[in-house]
Design a protein around this ligand. Structure first.
Ligand SMILES: Cc1cc2nc3c(=O)[nH]c(=O)nc-3n(C[C@H](O)[C@H](O)[C@H](O)COP(=O)(O)O)c2cc1C
Length: 379
């Protein structure tokens, strides 16, 4: 069973991810993990902190001579602006953050809550996902995320090979596939910055070349749609998750929702095994199991709650009205959210992949994967 725990505070010494159940025999490319960490720090609209730090991964356990051992893998990302001990208590809780609720729940300080609630924690979730992606890549599985909407501004997705789309996204300041939308989005972020306001939006992640049958129809907590929703919803500031057509399916009759099934023996060599769908409104999941089509997940991110033009709050000591606290913050972290959702989805898919094909060694997993594909083609 693949499991992940993270530890660390936003301004603490370090962030850690402990990954248990990761198979032996994978050659780890730390430069790939670093690239994902740096993409997480990028995107138009980030605050000063992201410019201060260049995150890199430190592989602390579970790897020998660059290859995983089968024991727990620990990944660290050091906070270069460590200053937790010097930071003061916050007195004015921010609406939309965990400040008030956490201080009441733990009968303690707001600082003690915000330091852990912060999305800085996602640095190591991205690192763990970037490791999981290297495992998935051994089986041709590719994960790709991008921004589809900023506030009211939609970005149109393009057709193209994955390499072309990646190049387009990586050239975009907002991680979209639509240079025209980028110009409008950048202007909107500038406006929000001038207004002391913040912005959210929607990101989409697709996973290609998944085999049939990851997840399960048999038990509620094993259904992959539910597990993806939980993992993505747990990302800071994500307030909605859709699979495939999502909410739009509720507005249509069944004839315009479900993906009709055909078979083309010429395509039997592909992960879809030759089962062809003209549409993919189910987003690659039926009854909690992957169905050979690309997985499509969308997530809605709310605007950041630390506002330079603060909302009304109180002083938690005096209970008198005051405006909410402000400390250096992002205006828009939507591009970063696309990287986080991409890697969180990858980790969840890798969990389900290892459940189906075993998790001791890469060699055994490859054998079982090939054996399953052979049997499935004969079905
Ligand atoms: C990439 C990313 C960066 C974020 N940066 C900030 C930030 O600078 N300031 C802030 O107040 N919230 C930021 N957030 C959101 C908060 O962490 C989040 O709203 C808060 O922890 C409350 O959790 P909830 O929104 O999930 O309920 C960020 C979220 C993400 C995904």
């Amino acid at each position: 069973m693949l499991r992940l725990l993270t530890a660390g505070e936003s301004h603490g010494k370090t962030l850690l991810a402990v990954i248990d159940g990761f198979p032996a025999g994978l050659k780890v490319d730390t430069a790939f993990i670093d690239r994902e960490l740096q993409r997480r720090q990028g995107g138009y609209g980030r605050g000063g902190r992201q410019k201060l730090e260049t995150d890199t991964v430190d592989v602390l356990t579970g790897v020998w001579q660059g290859v995983t051992l089968g024991g727990p893998v620990t990944l660290g990302v050091v906070n270069r602006d460590y200053k937790l001990e010097r930071l003061k208590e916050v007195e004015r809780p921010r609406p939309g953050h965990g400040d008030l609720t956490g201080a009441i729940k733990y009968l303690g300080s707001i600082r003690g809550i915000l330091e852990r609630a912060s999305a800085r924690e996602t640095a190591v979730r991205v690192a763990a996902g970037a490791l999981a992606r290297q495992l998935l890549a051994e089986f041709g599985i590719q994960v790709f995320g991008y921004v589809t909407q900023l506030e009211q501004i939609p970005a149109t997705a393009r057709e193209g090979t994955l390499e072309e789309l990646r190049a387009l996204r990586d050239a975009s300041p907002m991680y979209t596939l639509d240079p025209e939308a980028d110009a409008k989005m950048v202007a909107r972020v500038d406006q929000a910055t001038a207004d002391g306001d913040t912005l959210g939006g929607i990101v989409e992640v697709q996973v290609y070349n998944l085999p049939f049958g990851l997840g399960s129809h048999a038990q509620w907590d094993l259904k992959l749609d539910g597990r993806i929703a939980q993992a993505v919803m747990s990302i800071q500031a994500i307030k909605g998750v859709e699979i495939g057509m999502g909410f739009e399916a509720a507005r249509r009759p069944g004839t315009r929702v479900h993906d009709e099934i055909a078979y083309d023996p010429e395509l039997a060599h592909l992960p879809s095994l030759g089962y062809v769908r003209k549409t993919n409104n189910a987003g690659g999941l039926e009854a909690g199991m992957t169905n050979g089509q690309p997985l499509v997940v969308r997530a809605a991110k709310k605007p950041i709650s630390t506002l330079r033009k603060p909302l009304a709050s109180i002083n938690l000591g005096t209970k008198e009205p005051e405006t909410a606290a402000y400390e250096r913050s992002d205006v828009c972290a939507l591009a970063a959210a696309s990287v986080i959702v991409e890697n969180v989805v990858a980790f969840t898919v890798a969990e389900a992949f290892l459940e189906k094909f075993g998790s001791d060694s890469l060699t055994e997993i490859k054998d079982r994967h090939a054996g399953f594909l052979k049997l499935a083609r004969e079905r």
